[in-house]
Write a protein that binds this ligand. Structure first.
Ligand code: NAD
Ligand code: DAU
Length: 336
């Protein structure tokens, strides 16, 4: 395959590029990324110079450049990770989310259609289904009910992908995964924020009562699911991805603090996120039974390995936690 991987310099995208180079070294990977605050070429330093890996800096909204790159590298497959991904930022800057996530996806779809691309895969999220009560799971037929500007923009993009399948017969798939964790996770998100703040002796902000539930999956398990959908996904199908690993936020924060041997006094309950979804939980039956996917990593060892990764890569996160990041941090959490 000759893949255009958009957003390949972000958290999941860079893990996916590593996954593909490891398991499909014969494929060509063109990483097309705008390098926003969340894009970081340091994530890919070890594969720079690999003969089948190429990087192009660009916006997925830039039709001419996407068109040129697809021709130039004879691309046959598009995997779209590129997006504004942080719920909190979508509350303060929703327009950016509509531009990159909705218009960007539509632009990619349109160029892919004009080039007769073999497969277009949209990386979506469980957040498009909204929030669950204490019981039940999201299946692929759960109605879309997004609550944040972020999840609404992702749901809008998913509907556009559906339209290109229904109207133009494009070979598309959508994956909707739960919360990922692992290496290269940007430290604005809960797990890397808490690990790195704890290492710096800073307060650990927990929104509201800390009882909101997320369904955590190690990023490599997500990458393996995407690989499977690329190779075996049936045209037009949606696949939910998750490993039945529901955890309260406060339990995760306490686990990290205890693992690092820090004081729980660092934990600070702060104002709740506006429109904060209470619970996410994925039913992965379809991808398990139809494509044979199963998660390989359990949370207890995955979280320990992840914490160790941040201990071993202090340079990586210290470089990020300066400049623009600190402006955002002060705006979001105050000065501490
Ligand atoms: P991220 O914020 O770490 O990375 C996003 C990447 O996209 C960055 O490299 C950024 O530079 C790039 N980008 C942003 N706007 C762009 C644009 N207009 N043109 C080109 N590149 C652009 O995000 P992530 O956590 O790696 O998430 C990747 C994808 O997976 C997103 O689509 C997200 O919605 C989805 N997702 C994330 C999770 C999760 O837990 N992180 C779970 C399910 C789905
Ligand atoms: O479910 C998949 C989604 O997971 C992805 O689509 C998003 O791109 C990704 O960012 C993630 O969204 P969340 O909002 O669930 O992740 P975040 O790490 O921002 O927050 C996880 C939980 O922790 C959530 O309930 C909010 C809470 N939280 C978060 C931060 C940053 C805190 O309590 N304190 C914090 O400082």
């Amino acid at each position: 395959m000759k893949l255009l991987v958009t957003g390949g310099a972000g958290f999941i995208g860079s893990n996916f590029v590593h996954h593909m180079i490891k398991f499909h070294p014969e494929d060509t990977i063109v990483n097309y990324d705008l390098l926003t605050y969340a894009g970081n070429l340091e994530n890919l330093k070890d594969i720079e110079g690999h003969p089948n890996y190429h990087f192009v800096r660009g916006n997925i909204c830039n039709r001419e450049l996407v068109d040129y790159v697809i021709d130039q590298f004879d691309i046959d497959t598009v995997v779209n990770f590129a997006a504004e991904s942080h719920v909190d930022r979508s509350i303060t800057e929703p327009d950016l989310f509509v531009k990159s996530n909705v218009l960007g996806t539509q632009t990619l779809l349109d160029v892919a259609k004009s080039k007769n691309i073999n497969k277009y895969l949209q990386i979506s999220t469980d957040e498009v289904y909204g929030s669950l009560g204490a019981d039940g799971y999201f299946t692929e037929t759960t109605p879309l009910a997004p609550n944040s500007p972020y999840s609404s923009s992702k749901a809008s993009a998913d509907l556009m992908v559906r339209a290109y399948y229904e109207t133009f017969g494009m070979n598309v798939n959508i994956t909707r995964c739960s919360n990922n964790y692992g290496p290269y996770h940007f430290p604005e998100k809960l797990i890397p924020l808490v690990v790195t703040n704890a290492l710096e002796g800073k307060e650990l902000p927990v929104y509201g009562d800390g009882k909101n539930i997320r369904d955590w999956l190690y990023v490599e398990d997500h990458c393996a699911a995407i690989d499977l959908v690329l190779h075996k996904g049936k045209p037009g199908e949606i696949y939910n991805v998750g490993g039945h690993n529901e955890k309260c936020n406060i339990d995760i924060v306490e686990l990290i603090v205890d693992t690092l041997g820090k004081s729980r006094d660092l934990i600070k309950h702060v104002s709740d996120r506006l429109g904060h979804d209470r619970r996410y939980a994925i039913d992965p039956t379809k991808i398990e039974t139809e494509l044979g996917w199963k998660p390989q990593f359990n949370f207890d060892s995955g979280i320990k390995e992840t914490i160790q990764w941040y201990l071993d890569h202090e340079d990586w996160w210290r470089k990020i936690k300066s400049g623009e990041y600190m402006d955002y941090y002060k705006m979001q959490y105050g000065a501490k």
